[in-house]
Design a protein around this ligand. Structure first.
Ligand code: NAD
Length: 502
């Protein structure tokens, strides 16, 4: 088994109440409906939100439209916008404990991890501030005596930002600061399961000096609040992170008015390991890649593609290390794996495990839920003897479940790695430079880690191939993603026209 950390009773649970932010005001919503969030680790209500209807979404879009078309934000200097973003970064840092607590209690994530995510988010806000001041177009002085060409980068307009529950504060921070840096205005909808930290961000942004209407935050379901955000004609761009299924719907809705769409979707990421690798480092990364965030991670390294010569030894070593993983109370600083987001999701994960066991895979470790009497938790699980065609080798389980597959030749490993619909990230483990580069060039994924896994930096672009998404976040082009390109084609001197004599 793993090491269990039973959640301590929450002393004096105060249910935190949140309103939504529209046009600079905290409002109740047209129907004043509410959504309650029950902590997945403790089974008690911890947050209550005002839930948005379609009309609220329309009001938020109208506010963002007005702020873009007539407001100060898109018209101020980039230096002024950067100043506001830097102030926001300092304020996020000052309230990091409060934000980290909200993400931990609403999402069931370990508190040490959420603190790391907030620190990472602060860095992104600062990076976006730096990029804001360097946003520029191009000029062409090479088009002949009579022509000067200038290419402008203009803010794209109103952006809908829709985020999932698995990294609530980090993911909104991968989008919003860059949209703001470009001069856009936004309507933001966090997941209805984990909206607290995004609403705190709204408070911070208002205090940091973001003008009314520039950032609007609504809470609600996808069907009610999300659909208008992806289909309303006044929205110019949709930046979505979530499941591949909803990503498809988002694109279809946005297609009606041909909005620009950026999609960060699911993954089924392989880690390929060769016999010459540093196996101690690999085993650690396999456990981290599989169980980090309880496996509820788009980047989870959920497919281990292991060379046949070492598969027995490596599986045994991963199982032994899995015994040491500490699962349970997200508020205990020693916990490494927290709770599963909802009871329904836990059932789905268990369905995958029992389906695989019934289909010929072996449960080499874990395989069942952990019962503390409240909340929902899943034991770190290893499935061996997995074949590439099984559902657990192809579909995103989104739980702490590792599937072990085998290969003989490098070509076979590449073929297995590329055989799924996803292409978000991959890892390769070998001391041989040629092996790493061959895998790095041939595996079709947006990020390839070599002798490491799930590292990242604000400077490095992130996103997926194929059904893992469209576009890239972070990196030096992140602000450009929220712009339109405009060509100024200028004529110098007397123009020789169509009808004019030459
Ligand atoms: P989800 O697709 O169910 O929901 C994501 C967001 O979309 C939520 O805010 C939800 O309310 C909203 N939504 C739902 N239906 C909608 C609709 N019809 N129109 C508009 N919005 C709608 O995803 P989830 O369960 O919250 O998150 C898990 C998924 O997110 C996984 O598939 C994971 O791989 C993916 N993810 C991807 C990345 C990445 O960067 N590639 C990062 C994190 C999570």
């Amino acid at each position: 088994m793993t090491v269990l950390v039973k959640p301590q009773k929450l002393a004096d649970v105060k249910v935190r109440e949140f309103s939504m932010l529209i046009d600079g005001k905290w409002v109740e919503g047209v129907e004043a409906g509410t959504i309650e969030r029950v902590a997945p680790s403790h089974g008690v209500t911890v947050s209550r939100y005002k839930s948005a209807t379609k009309d609220d979404a329309h009001r938020a879009i109208a506010a963002a439209r007005k702020a873009f078309d007539t407001g100060h934000w898109p018209r101020m200097t980039a230096a002024e916008r950067a100043g506001v973003l830097l102030k926001a970064a300092d304020m996020i840092s000052a309230r990091a404990d409060e934000i980290a607590y909200l993400d931990a209690i609403e999402a069931g994530k370990p508190i040490t991890q959420t603190r790391g995510e907030i620190a990472g988010a602060v860095d992104i806000w600062r990076y976006a501030a730096a990029l804001a001041r360097d946003l520029h177009g191009e000029s062409y002085n090479t088009l002949g005596e009579g022509t000067l060409g200038v290419v402008l980068r203009e803010a794209i307009g109103v952006v809908s930002i829709i985020t999932p529950w698995n990294f609530p504060f980090l993911i909104v921070s991968q989008k919003l600061p860059f949209a703001l840096a470009a001069g856009c205005t936004a309507v933001v909808k966090p997941s209805e399961l984990t909206s607290g930290s995004t609403l705190l961000l709204g408070e911070i942004l208002m205090e940091a000096g973001v003008p009314a209407g520039v950032v609007n935050i609504i809470v609600g379901t996808g069907a009610e609040a999300g659909v208008p955000m992806t289909s309303h004609p006044d929205v110019d761009m949709v930046s979505f992170t979530g499941s591949t299924g909803v990503g498809r719907l988002t694109m279809a809705n946005a297609a009606q008015t041909l909005k620009k769409v950026s999609l960060e979707l699911g993954g089924k990421n392989p880690q390929i390991v060769f016999p010459d690798a540093d196996l101690d480092a690999f085993v650690d990364a396999a456990v981290f890649g599989g169980y980090f965030n309880a496996g509820e991670c788009c980047n989870a390294g959920s497919r281990l593609i292991v060379h046949r010569e070492i598969v027995k030894d490596v599986t045994a070593r991963i199982a032994a290390l899995s015994e040491k993983v500490r699962v349970g109370d997200p508020l205990d600083p020693s916990t490494q794996v927290g709770a599963i987001i909802t009871p329904q999701h836990l059932q789905k994960i268990q369905g995958y495990v029992s389906g695989a066991a019934g289909g010929g895979a072996t449960v080499a470790h874990g395989g069942s839920q952990i019962d503390f009497g409240f909340g929902q938790f899943m034991a770190p699980t290893i499935l061996s003897d997995v074949k590439p065609e099984m559902a657990v080798a192809r579909e995103e389980i989104f739980g702490p479940v590792l599937s072990v597959l085998t290969f003989g030749k490098t070509e076979e490993a590449i073929q297995i790695a590329n055989s799924v619909d996803y292409g978000l990230s991959a890892g390769v483990w070998s001391k041989d430079f040629d092996t790493c580069l061959t895998i790095g060039r041939r595996v079709r994924a947006g990020t390839i880690w070599m002798n490491t896994f799930m590292d990242g930096a604000s400077e490095l672009p992130f996103g997926g191939y194929r059904q893992s998404g469209l576009g890239r976040e972070l990196g030096r082009h992140a602000v450009e993603d929220y712009t339109e390109t405009k060509t100024l084609n200028m004529h110098i001197g007397a123009r020789t026209g169509w009808w004019m004599p030459r």
